[in-house]
Design a protein around this ligand. Structure first.
Ligand SMILES: NC(=O)c1ccc[n+]([C@@H]2O[C@H](COP(=O)([O-])OP(=O)(O)OC[C@H]3O[C@@H](n4cnc5c(N)ncnc54)[C@H](OP(=O)(O)O)[C@@H]3O)[C@@H](O)[C@H]2O)c1
Length: 216
């Protein structure tokens, strides 16, 4: 499948690398077509690796992944182009972290709204699925880095889009019964709202290789 990965940070790099390893053709998008990080990524031996602008990546992708800084995601998606997102699954892994007042970051949107919902409202024809935002980028694509069973959440308004994302997560190594469908996109308020706890846990544990497990 052709996949557009919007973002050149560690998340974009981890997801783009995993996707190429799985045989997908990936275009990594950035503000500039000649982004240096994306260039290094395409030249580091990954087959089927391409680079371009956010618009190039979104246009070439049959599925698009938003791995941009939460504060900039709407601008990045605007640059990607509404027409390039229309009808496509838009996997949103971003978190609305606001670092403007120092550490720890605050959530720029919470309680009654979420970044996932803001994206869906702005791009109503995109099929937004929020997932993986509660997990470090390395664990996203290598769940076995954390021993034992642990869980990942998906939510979104389009059932078929969520099925596609669930299949993608299974291809990353997430067992089917660890992928929890939380329902419609308003659940992004909860998964994004988990970030302050995730950050606190990382500080206390001294590693990002951890996750939570839902036990009944
Ligand atoms: N780090 C993790 O393990 C982790 C885990 C879960 C979720 N997340 C979330 O995943 C997202 C990506 O995180 P990251 O650490 O990989 O990267 P990041 O540093 O948060 O974001 C980098 C990307 O944001 C774009 N960007 C920055 N400012 C912009 C602006 N003003 N306009 C348009 N685009 C802009 C950059 O574009 P250029 O390429 O053009 O510079 C780059 O592609 C974030 O929302 C983060 O909260 C991170």
């Amino acid at each position: 499948m052709n996949i557009g990965v919007l973002g050149t940070g560690v998340v974009g790099q981890s997801l783009a690398t995993k996707l190429t390893e799985l045989g997908h053709t990936v275009t990594m998008g950035a503000r500039r077509a000649d982004n240096e990080t994306a260039r290094q990524w395409t030249e580091s031996g990954h087959e089927n690796a391409r680079q371009g602008t956010f618009a190039d990546a979104a246009a070439l992708g049959e599925l698009v992944v938003n791995c941009t800084a939460g504060a900039a995601s709407l601008a990045a998606l605007e640059a990607a182009g509404e027409e390039n997102l229309s009808g496509k699954v838009l996997l949103d892994v971003a978190n609305p972290l606001d670092f403007s007042r120092g550490m720890p970051p605050r959530l720029s949107v919470a309680n009654t709204d979420s970044l996932g919902e803001q994206i869906q409202r702005r791009f109503p024809e995109a099929r937004v699925v929020k997932a993986l935002n509660t997990i470090n980028h390395q664990v996203m694509v290598e769940p076995h880095r954390v021993p034992g069973g642990h869980d990942v959440f998906v939510c979104g308004n389009d059932e078929a889009a969520k099925s596609e994302v669930r299949e993608l997560l299974e291809s990353f190594g997430w067992p089917r019964d660890t992928i929890h469908d939380l329902g419609d996109l308003t659940a992004a308020r909860a998964t994004e709202g988990y970030l302050p706890l995730w950050l606190r846990l990382m500080g206390r544990l001294g590693t990002a290789d951890f996750n939570i497990r839902v036990v009944r």
